[in-house]
Design a protein around this ligand. Structure first.
Ligand code: PRP
Ligand code: ZN
Length: 302
């Protein structure tokens, strides 16, 4: 590749270091990308595709994509929601597009109170000081629930606000719950369930770039599908075909092949969109299946 400096390469913004970094890079690698790291280590140059990855703070990703500095971004729904509310409040005419949700980065944005503080429902928030890095999302939640409270903005270390006397409770991301536990805080209500998602610039892409983005999206879809999918092969009595195909989890029309030298037995091959467990194999055996093989699927393209 010699067009590294030109504008016809796709730029993807990815979190520099945090819960999404490793999974994001792993996803791109599974899509076939190999890359080398720039000297500053903040840009990964795609070697076999016209794609470069910019490693940035996750909070900056929606703006970078909205402003078309990057064509794509991988970021949590928590940050997408907060940015979308800000952009709408600023009267942005067109927002970045959310084009896919991904299968990593699961966490939730929740209210948490110092252990022992009573909490019943949203009404319990009335008049309280709430520390958060998600002021728009929290204000939106309060408004939807008709509650008046004070939102105190913290850009990090939100969990220490109550013990500093700066807030009565917090609204922050919870994943394992360890951070809350360490600060003697108790989760009481969830505002938003989050996971990683892929966003795309609101600006129309040049045709060559658009084709690559389309390709990448298809590959991402393939990678997501493949993770759970299995390829199953078995022998079955022709008479039991209906029962057997009904047992195959999430499979579309299987391939049925005659077995040389027999009339009453066939070979069945199928892609199952869900994992195939021992229980399923045992049930298949009960209705007459034999010689069963379950294989992982490596790549898939519809
Ligand atoms: C979040 C949140 C907590 C921690 C919760 O921060 O602010 O500190 O994760 O995770 P746990 O329930 O597993 O302990 P994050 O790592 O997302 O960093 P950032 O918000 O500063 O980007
Ligand atoms: Zn962050």
């Amino acid at each position: 590749m010699n067009s590294k400096e030109t504008g016809d390469r796709i730029k993807i913004a990815v979190q520099k270091s945090g819960r999404l970094t490793e999974h994001s890079m792993d996803l791109l690698v599974r899509c076939g990308l190999s890359y080398s790291r720039g000297k500053d280590r903040l840009i990964c140059y795609g070697e076999n595709m016209p794609i470069d990855v910019l490693l940035v703070r996750d909070d900056d990703i929606p703006d970078l994509v909205q402003e078309d500095v990057c064509d794509l971004g991988i970021v949590g729904l928590n940050i997408i929601e907060e940015s979308a509310l800000a952009l709408r409040a600023d009267g942005a005419s067109r927002l970045f597009d959310q084009v896919a949700t991904l299968d990593f980065g699961q966490c939730r944005l929740s209210f948490a109170v110092p252990r022992g503080t009573p909490y019943r429902d949203a009404g319990s928030l009335a008049g309280k000081r709430i520390a958060t890095s998600y002021p728009r999302t929290v204000s939106d939640y309060l408004e939807r629930n008709g509650v008046d409270a004070n939102v105190v903005v913290f850009s990090g270390a939100v969990e220490i606000a109550p013990s500093l006397g700066r807030a009565d409770l917090i609204c922050d991301l919870v994943s394992s719950g360890e951070t809350l536990k360490a600060h003697d805080l108790q989760e009481v209500a969830t505002v938003l369930e989050s996971r990683a998602a892929l966003i795309r610039t609101p600006v129309e892409l040049a045709p060559a770039k658009a084709r690559w983005v389309e390709r990448l999206l298809q590959r991402i879809e393939g990678v997501l599908q493949v993770k759970e999918s299995k390829y199953i092969m078995l022998h079955a009595p022709r008479a039991a075909l209906k029962e057997i195909t009904a047992l195959l989890p999430g499979s579309e029309a299987p391939t049925i092949m005659t077995l040389e030298g027999t009339d009453d037995k066939v070979a069945v091959h199928a892609v199952c969109r869900e994992n195939v467990f021992w229980e399923t194999l045992e049930q298949l055996k009960e209705v007459g299946a034999s010689s069963m093989l379950v294989l992982p699927v490596e790549k898939m393209l519809a």
